[in-house]
Design a protein around this ligand. Structure first.
Ligand code: MN
Length: 289
């Protein structure tokens, strides 16, 4: 099991200086993996990233949220084509970096929709993802669809909705990505959805209710980690946190990061690494009871 941190804990930009800082500091905080947001894949230096990851002996994954111009649920075929093209580029980047996971809101735009998703929009997205999954599978890369709250997509807000959508995609290389921050808004609890999703869970984000220090909000982490243990989950577990102390213009605005919840990335990350490993160690012991 790889324990990771989202790169935005350390840097809001991913040119050479930002990427170097994020990778070195993720390693120093004790993590096994860094999740790099690919909000602008056409300007991302994959070979530099691959070299820095190797130098620091760190595993990698990538994530993104699509935009209105690359929305796979759009009724404009040129927008869907742009989204598919963008995700193909992201899959190639993950491959070049030596990663095996691409996740996030990769099935719709990450934005507040003003109407429910349409049947045609869902079908369009599912078909595009099925094609992308074949390409990803050839490269040994898994696609995981992040279930997010109602203000960030209209396609899936719960784990069970994600399973319905996965059936529509119809590809074993596509799985569910759960995030405790979003679950805390939309789900009945933190345990049942993990069991409902079962072996179709492919990726996990660990975020607090306000996206700050783990343990300082209302997320019931004990139940969530018990669910992972009950399922024998062995995929990536990645810490995600945002503060106005580290800003990426696109992502911070989209996610509504207006407040300063922390200003010391190193302390936040070291704490999160210990918190996650502690929770996993505790639930592992349940097997002995
Ligand atoms: Mn997340």
């Amino acid at each position: 099991m790889l324990i990771g941190a989202h790169a935005l804990v350390f840097s809001g930009s991913f040119e050479q200086a930002g990427l170097t800082k994020a990778i070195e500091k993720t390693k120093q905080a004790g993590f096994d993996l860094i999740e790099i947001p690919l909000m602008d894949p056409y300007h991302f230096d994959r070979m530099l990233a691959a070299r820095l990851l190797k130098d620091n002996d760190l595993a990698v994954s990538a994530s993104l949220g699509l935009s209105a111009g690359t929305d796979l649920t759009s009724d404009d075929p040129s927008v869907v084509a742009a989204g598919e093209r963008l995700l193909e580029e992201c899959i190639d980047i993950v491959h070049a970096m030596g990663g095996s996971n691409l996740c996030g809101v990769i099935y719709s735009a990450m934005k507040k929709y003003m109407a429910p998703a349409t049947l045609a929009g869902r079908a369009s997205s599912a078909q595009a993802l099925s094609r992308l999954a074949s390409r990803a599978e050839d490269l040994g890369i898994r696609l995981s669809l992040e279930v997010v709250n109602r203000y960030e997509t209209n396609v899936m807000n719960t784990g069970r909705q994600a399973l319905e959508f996965l059936d529509q995609v119809g590809h074993t290389n596509v799985s569910v990505h759960l995030d405790t921050y979003h679950m805390n808004i939309e789900e009945s609890d933190q345990y049942t959805p993990v069991l409902d999703v079962g072996d179709r869970l492919g990726y996990v984000h660990i975020g607090e209710s306000h996206r700050g220090y783990l343990g300082s909000g209302t997320v019931d982490f004990g139940s969530f980690f018990r669910g992972l243990a009950r399922n024998g989950y062995d995929g990536p577990v990645v810490f995600e946190s945002f503060s106005s102390a580290v800003v990426n213009e696109d992502l911070s605005r989209m996610l509504g990061i207006w407040r300063n919840l922390w200003d010391d990335s190193d302390d936040l990350a070291a704490h999160a690494n210990q918190f996650i490993r502690g929770q996993l160690r505790a639930v592992e012991s349940i097997g002995l009871h």
